[in-house]
Design a protein around this ligand. Structure first.
Ligand code: IMP
Ligand code: MG
Length: 177
């Protein structure tokens, strides 16, 4: 049996997402921005964040494969779905659920730089800074969290729990290890 313990409740998440939306709206005042979500974990954060930004917002998505069904990073990142159009001259905000080792966003960031955007920023709801192996940091970061495996608000374990409204620590029981 999986044990779930709430780490960050829905009210705190909503307040933080509103704050990030305000910062982005101020920083890019008068300019359009493109939110690029990393499928699938970022979808719920992206949907809420987009509605807190008072600018001309367009959306795109990228999919990469890395974790599979394990909790450990495989160390390899592969592009599964690219953005739909050129990002040349755009203000890109790369939206991700969590910055962990940093491998995923380092890979996506260098891919998107090749589009020659006007600017490229990272919005990550969660940050596990103690796990970082790559020299990358978020520009808009929601919460610093300890080195625990979390699920909910988009984050999954083997595709489960993405729909939980709160961010919860997952402790797997013996039979699921
Ligand atoms: P990174 O490449 O190690 O930074 O990993 C980023 C990706 O790993 C995220 O997009 C998540 O999909 C996944 N990930 C990292 N930590 C967790 C966690 O605690 N719960 C669920 N997924 C996680
Ligand atoms: Mg994931």
């Amino acid at each position: 049996m999986d044990k779930l313990t709430v780490l960050i409740g829905r009210e705190r998440i909503a307040a933080k997402v509103a704050e990030i939306g305000r910062h982005i709206s101020e920083d890019f005042a008068g300019e359009p921005v493109v939110l690029i979500g990393v499928l699938k974990g970022a979808t719920i954060f992206l949907a809420d964040l987009a509605r807190q930004i008072t600018l001309d917002v367009s959306l795109d998505f990228i999919a990469v494969s890395s974790y599979g069904n394990a909790k450990q990073h495989s160390g390899e990142v592969k592009l599964v779905k690219d953005v739909d159009r050129s990002m040349a001259g755009s203000n890109i905000i790369l939206v991700e659920d969590i910055l962990d080792t940093g491998l995923t966003l380092t890979f996506i960031q260098s891919m998107l730089r090749a589009h020659q955007p006007k600017s490229l920023k990272i919005a990550a709801l969660l940050n596990k800074v103690s796990r970082r192996t790559e020299p990358i940091r978020g520009d808009y970061v929601g919460f610093e969290i300890p080195d625990e495996f979390v699920v909910g608000y988009g984050l999954d374990f083997a595709e489960h729990y993405r729909n939980l409204p709160d961010i919860c620590v997952l402790e797997s029981g013996p039979e699921s290890e």
